[in-house]
Design a protein around this ligand. Structure first.
Ligand SMILES: Cc1cc2nc3c(=O)[nH]c(=O)nc-3n(C[C@H](O)[C@H](O)[C@H](O)COP(=O)(O)OP(=O)(O)OC[C@H]3O[C@@H](n4cnc5c(N)ncnc54)[C@H](O)[C@@H]3O)c2cc1C
Length: 279
């Protein structure tokens, strides 16, 4: 195993090109350091967290660009995000603990690809995009298309997440909702997460987005549910129809954190809470 600390992005891509082992990016290390048993022997590790070009929070073409190695502390303490994306920022307050927040990066959270990750449901409802770079290419994809299965992504060999792009007006004039349910409030991994955005006019749903985490093999939008809800009046929503659609769209499992039934019932309750329904 060789550990590399490249001087800049150009140097990183040159080193990657010349490496003849399996390459791993190392950002905060809060996931990868726990997986040492699963990492094959013939690997090269490329540290990226010191590369400031990957860490900036800036504005580009009407989007807020959050560098992939921005830590959760960077995000939680950013005045810029407090001004433009306060819902996104506040929702991440319950990410891990301050010590982990100082190390863990948003890019690592996305690429580790845990179904329980805190950030994905937010990025899904905020219509985020990912900026991906490799030696000779740069591309932007909708975040919605990044995950393809459990820990399967639209990411090529030696390709890096450079930044996360969120439309600057993504939260404007919308009612927002984010709830992460864990075993306790602090330092907890999600059992169910629901994120939502809605705009209701004259009691009718004019805009709605709902994303869930920890109840499928990767976090996702509940598109069929959104299609059912759009243009309905709140009092037209039927409990049995809502339950039926959610039962098809989520596939919770039982594990050491929760059982399948608990996850289903709590997910349904959170969605009803977001919609402001009391059946
Ligand atoms: C005690 C503890 C508590 C935790 N609590 C939470 C929690 O509340 N919520 C939550 O969501 N997670 C939690 N986690 C998980 C972890 O902290 C996060 O997933 C974190 O964001 C990972 O980021 P990292 O920088 O540490 O990633 P790393 O461990 O450095 O990397 C993770 C993976 O991403 C890849 N990677 C990293 N950056 C990039 C990039 N820019 N481009 C391409 N690939 C990249 C790496 O190669 C690796 O495969 C917790 C972990 C611990 C140890």
């Amino acid at each position: 195993m060789i550990f590399y600390r490249p001087n800049n992005l150009k140097n990183l891509f040159e080193l990657l090109e010349n490496s003849n082992a399996t390459n791993y990016f190392l950002a905060g290390g809060t996931d990868i350091n726990l997986q040492t048993k699963n990492i094959p022997k013939n690997v090269n590790i490329f540290y990226i967290s010191h590369l400031n070009v990957l860490r900036n929070i800036t504005e580009i073409n009407g989007h807020i660009s959050i560098g992939s190695t921005a830590t959760f502390s960077d995000i939680l303490h950013s005045d810029y995000l407090a001004k433009h994306l306060p819902f996104f920022q506040n929702s991440l307050k319950f990410f891990a603990s301050p010590i982990i927040q100082n190390l863990a990066t948003i890019g690592g959270n996305i690429v580790n690809g845990s179904p329980t990750n805190d950030v994905s449901p937010l990025l899904l409802i905020l219509d985020a995009k990912l900026e991906l770079i490799s030696k000779n290419n740069s591309r932007i994809i909708p975040f919605n298309s990044f995950y393809r299965g459990y820990k399967e992504f639209d990411l090529q060999k030696n390709e890096l997440v450079k930044a996360i792009l969120i439309p600057k007006n993504a939260e404007n004039n919308l009612e927002t909702f984010y709830q992460k349910v864990g075993a306790r409030n602090s330092l907890t991994i999600s059992k169910i997460t629901v994120a939502g955005l809605k705009f209701i006019e004259n009691n009718r749903i004019k805009k709605i987005k709902i994303a869930v985490g920890s109840v499928n093999e990767y976090p996702r939008r509940l598109v069929n549910l959104e299609n059912y809800l759009i243009t309905k009046r709140i009092n037209e929503i039927k409990k049995d129809e809502l339950t039926k659609i959610i039962a098809v769209e989520i596939t919770p499992i039982s594990d050491f954190r929760s059982d399948q039934n608990y996850r289903f019932v709590v997910c349904l309750n959170l969605i009803e809470k977001f919609l402001g329904i009391n059946f």
